[in-house]
Ligand binder design. Structure first.
Ligand SMILES: Cc1ncc(COP(=O)(O)O)c(C=O)c1O
Length: 496
């Protein structure tokens, strides 16, 4: 062995950052994040960049030689921080707000330090048991029955996909896990149901599980964008007569466009009658259940086979965190468990080996950030914040309703308001196609003006083919002042 080889890796320049250097740098990073949160409002919510601007300022190849951390941090401040869309900004009222709260960020940092991979109990004991505990805390905080077990995934898309894999698995005689679906005549084509308003992730799940996009039947919605259960029942009957294989229904409580709530109780009745799996996509709206007086909105979700709620949406948990709750954990395990030899361990007592219930083997330690934030705010504190967002949304809806030149386009069950500018002069002539097109054009331009101000970022949707503005509240940093300012800017920017 050479003298050089006898030295430890750090002495040979082959180890990690030295602990003392890491400590100093970590303090600086903590300051950078705190500074960022303090100066958020000095930034435009949407940065003034066009595609390629940032890339053009980054070297094409990684540096061959080490660079001082100082230059990495200063480039971060110069190139990255100012050129992101500021999801943390109180003026970010687009899509569904997805902010990272302070205690959640701290939990996320600690999880990064531990780098615990929560695949099975033996290689992640405390992380596994904290996940079990936090899942149970959330289930109780939502008022859901104890029968629900669950786990965290990265996104609602994966939670819904995983649920539909389990739903497919329990179809008698299908044996998709072992036999696959392709090239098997006589098994019937899989059919899954969701409303016309359901999220695109359900369509993606249909693609992945082998139902295909044509295997997803979209059930029409009523005037308030809620699935019509009588049409669901009729569609299932028709499909059965045609030899299709209905297996699951997805109900949404808080749709992405209008935040409408499907009648889950009536849908659950259909599922029971037809022997179908019921999955509830409560990615956004489920968080409302933290406030007990809002729970009636979700009535029937307690009857679901599986539910997804995204803490990384309205619950202010740093991205990513999706809570998947299921009533029959064995269906998930039976559908997806594949345990290679190197992961076989003798069981001593009861604990989840979470990798057996989902698609991923390696899993992030997401429970830690939720544990931090649930303890820091308390469930009462979380509920109070949800109530405030709902109050602000209803207040904005009231201002809109009081103005003859503005029109609200959907009910406001949660914290999102859908509306448009519709000058009274045009309202009377709305059945003329040119007037409809003119209203769409004006609202699109209005949205562009508001977003160009840099003070707010709003998004849009189409409701009954009308260009619709959306304001979502749910940012812990946004106050009534921000909502008033946003409304004032909308009014100033509208052309009558
Ligand atoms: C109702 C609903 N479901 C699912 C999703 C997908 O969420 P994720 O990005 O966590 O996959 C969204 C995203 O906005 C949503 O609004």
């Amino acid at each position: 062995m050479t003298d050089e080889a006898r030295l430890d890796p750090a002495q040979r320049g082959l180890g990690d950052m030295a602990p003392a250097d890491f400590r100093r740098a970590a303090h600086r990073v903590a300051d950078l994040v705190a500074d960022y949160l303090e100066r958020l409002e000095t930034y435009r919510v949407l940065p003034g960049v066009v595609p390629g601007d940032v890339r053009a300022r980054l070297p094409a190849a990684a540096p061959a030689a080490p660079e001082p951390l100082d230059s990495v941090l200063s480039d971060y401040l110069r190139l990255i921080e100012p050129n992101i869309t500021h999801w943390q900004h109180p003026g970010f009222m687009a899509y569904f707000t997805s902010i990272a709260c302070g205690p959640g960020i701290l939990g996320e940092w600690l999880a990064a330090g531990l780098n615990s991979n929560v695949m099975l109990w033996r290689n992640a004991p405390a992380s596994t048991e904290l996940e079990e505990t936090v899942v149970a805390w959330l289930r109780r905080a939502f008022g859901l029955p104890d029968e629900f077990d669950g786990m965290f995934t990265d996104t609602a898309s994966i939670s819904s996909l995983t649920s539909l894999v389990a739903a497919r698995h329990v179809v008698p005689g299908l044996e998709a896990r072992d036999e696959g679906l392709a090239g098997r005549p006589g098994i019937g084509r899989l059919r899954l149901y969701a409303s016309t308003e359901a999220h695109s992730s359900i369509e993606k799940a249909a693609i992945v599980i082998g139902a295909g996009r044509s295997g997803l039947r979209r059930i029409p919605a009523d005037d308030e964008y809620r699935m019509r259960p009588e049409l669901l029942a009729a569609a299932i009957g028709e499909d059965r007569r045609e030899g299709r294989l209905p297996f699951a229904v997805v109900a949404t409580t808080g749709t992405t466009s209008s935040t409408s709530v499907d009648p889950v109780d009536a849908i659950a009745d259909v599922c029971v009658r037809e022997g179908l799996w019921l999955h509830v996509d409560a990615a956004y709206g489920g968080t409302a259940a933290l406030a007990s007086e809002l729970r009636p909105l979700l009535r029937g979700w307690e009857r679901a086979d599986s539910i997804v709620v995204n803490p990384h949406k309205w619950m202010s948990t740093p991205f990513d965190a999706s809570l998947l709750l299921f009533r029959r954990p064995e269906a998930f395990r039976a559908a997806l468990s594949v345990v290679p030899e190197y992961l076989r361990v003798r069981r001593e007592g009861e604990a989840h080996d979470f990798h057996e219930y989902g698609i991923q083997l390696g899993r992030r330690f997401r429970a830690l950030k939720l544990w931090f934030q649930l303890r820091y705010f308390g469930t009462d504190g979380m509920a109070a914040r949800i109530r405030e967002h709902v109050r602000l949304a209803r207040q904005l809806a009231g201002w809109i309703d009081a103005e003859p030149d503005w029109q609200r386009l959907a009910p406001v069950p949660f914290s999102t308001v859908c509306f448009r500018h519709r000058p009274a002069t045009l309202a009377a002539r709305e059945d003329e196609p040119e007037v409809r097109a003119e209203l769409d054009r004006r609202n699109e331009e209005l949205l562009a003006r508001v977003n160009a101000s840099g003070r707010f970022f709003l998004s849009h949707t189409k409701l009954r083919d009308r260009f619709t503005l959306r304001v979502t509240l749910g940012n812990l940093r946004a106050t009534e002042r921000h909502v008033r300012d946003c409304w004032a800017l909308l009014r100033e920017s509208a052309v009558s």
